[in-house]
Design a protein around this ligand. Sequence first.
Ligand SMILES: NC(=O)c1ccc[n+]([C@@H]2O[C@H](COP(=O)([O-])OP(=O)(O)OC[C@H]3O[C@@H](n4cnc5c(N)ncnc54)[C@H](OP(=O)(O)O)[C@@H]3O)[C@@H](O)[C@H]2O)c1
Length: 314
Amino acid sequence: MKALVQRRYGSAAFGDLDVPVPGSGEVLLEVRAAGVDMGTWHVLTGKPYLMRILGFGFRGPKTPRPGRDVAGVVTRIGPGVTEFAVGDEVFGTCEGAFAEYAVAPVSRLARKPAGLSFTEAAAVPISGGTALQGLREVQAGQRVLVLGAGGGVGSFGVQIAKAKGAHVTGVCSTRKVELVRSLGADEVFDYTKADFTGTYDLILDCGGNRPLSRLRKASTPRGTVVLVGAETDGSLTGGLERALRAVALNPFVSQKLVMLMSTERADIFDELRVLIEAGSVKPAVERTFPLPEALEAIEHVYSRRSLGKVVVTI
Ligand SMILES: NC(=O)c1ccc[n+]([C@@H]2O[C@H](COP(=O)([O-])OP(=O)(O)OC[C@H]3O[C@@H](n4cnc5c(N)ncnc54)[C@H](OP(=O)(O)O)[C@@H]3O)[C@@H](O)[C@H]2O)c1
């Protein structure tokens, strides 16, 4: 099978590999689509360097097969698997999604939402799951601010907060204003013209790297600031140092400052499936790239030109 292979940080190429065999608790998928997000770029480049110490592999990537978000068809069942059968259409996360076949643990798979294409389904797991976990405590009637609302996580964040009955304000650059509005945001700030105003019960920060003091000022006294991520030019710690400072500051301030470390689990993907099937959430896929152009797809996301989500189709 054709697959993207990465032997060291910063370089990957397509090669011919044997189709993998599913182990216990795993299934083999015929991959139909693979989602791309900022995390894909980080794992490919090994930047910021701090992540190499945090377990992604010091000298080179621990997993030589990039691509995590996946949607496809179960073609073989590993020992002990009862959750899925051959022919089932699923979505979730795996290692090596930029390939014709991939093995995925059933603990990270759910049934593909009815009415969603494989392309749309592959856009959901990491970005949708991260937004869902970041918005856990939102109650109906609360005011929610989503920074980076036109990006992968943000585009799900706006819709999930709306589904919970919140008043949602999105922040993005000019090109993304229409998208964020179409996702249901009650208000949209184009930060290239004027930065956001107001106070919020929960701030989901998916982009922009604003100082913690700025975020706390925009938060109600008992509000929550969820730091999802921020891209900086720094190769050493990237946007992580701000999140680490938030953790250190948290015990001393009235607001709750959270460094989000999202997890990938079948029950989270099932929760997203329910929201999608209810019509509350629809993945905003801007563009697809064929498998041989997977590296261009990753570069497109890194360039910040993407609106919502980008998907590689197989
Ligand atoms: N903590 C976790 O578990 C977790 C999980 C997933 C992702 N992440 C991280 O979260 C971040 C977002 O991920 P993503 O996949 O959503 O990336 P993305 O698709 O690139 O979206 C990020 C958005 O940030 C926006 N942005 C940049 N500068 C901004 C500013 N000054 N104000 C407001 N928005 C600004 C960009 O939009 P504009 O073009 O509008 O500027 C972009 O749309 C990344 O750093 C990623 O690594 C963390």
